[in-house]
Design a protein around this ligand. Sequence first.
Ligand SMILES: NC(=O)c1ccc[n+]([C@@H]2O[C@H](COP(=O)([O-])OP(=O)(O)OC[C@H]3O[C@@H](n4cnc5c(N)ncnc54)[C@H](O)[C@@H]3O)[C@@H](O)[C@H]2O)c1
Length: 212
Amino acid sequence: MEKDSAKISMAVIRRLPKYHRYLKDLLDRNITRISSKELSKVIGFTASQIRQDLNNFGGFGQQGYGYNVDALYDEIGKILGLDKTYSTIVIGAGNLGQAIANYTNFEKSGFVPKAMFDMNPKLVGLKIRDIEIHDIDTVEKFIQEHNIDIGIICTPGPQAQSVADRLIKGRIKGIWNFAPIDLTVPDEIVVENVHLSESLFTLSFLLRHNQL
Ligand SMILES: NC(=O)c1ccc[n+]([C@@H]2O[C@H](COP(=O)([O-])OP(=O)(O)OC[C@H]3O[C@@H](n4cnc5c(N)ncnc54)[C@H](O)[C@@H]3O)[C@@H](O)[C@H]2O)c1
């Protein structure tokens, strides 16, 4: 039986996209069946970790057979919510916002960009691919009228909280935050931060300690 998803640890949830990515790779190589031991070799988690992780969602494996790669890929995709499509908007149409809007792979995974928003009047009215940049003052109305699920914050840090407040007022469901601040949001709003500098500084630490 599937456990209540609220009881599944974030550590397990954070590993699921990696399972999904490796399973896709196996499917691309026409590998349709794999044991937890073999999966462990390719993915780098222990076989017992893999069994434990997947048991959280009902197992999927069969003793003596292993995992059906196709079924497991589909199931993990469903658990991740990738069997649905999401409407997204990008706030901040600068370097990063434009790069995200130009990246068509998110759309292929079901994250459909509906609009961009900026406070700079020189950007308003322009398009990135076919995605129009709107005035930030219209964002709340746009979210409600187009039933937007996810707001992607690509503004500088000092503006990010006020942007998040506007998204929440428009009743956004989730925020993907690229600004280097921790947002304060109500419990029902889901936030996922991508703090690129923290990742870079971790690399810096590893480089430094590698050299000692
Ligand atoms: N560019 C990168 O590779 C990168 C890397 C790491 C982190 N980030 C973070 O991503 C964010 C964006 O970076 P960038 O390089 O794209 O900056 P940028 O200056 O090129 O773009 C920011 C855009 O946000 C707009 N903006 C500012 N305040 C706004 C508001 N209140 N409402 C709507 N729009 C507003 C600006 O007009 C501008 O167009 C920053 O927080 C930055 O720290 C960027």
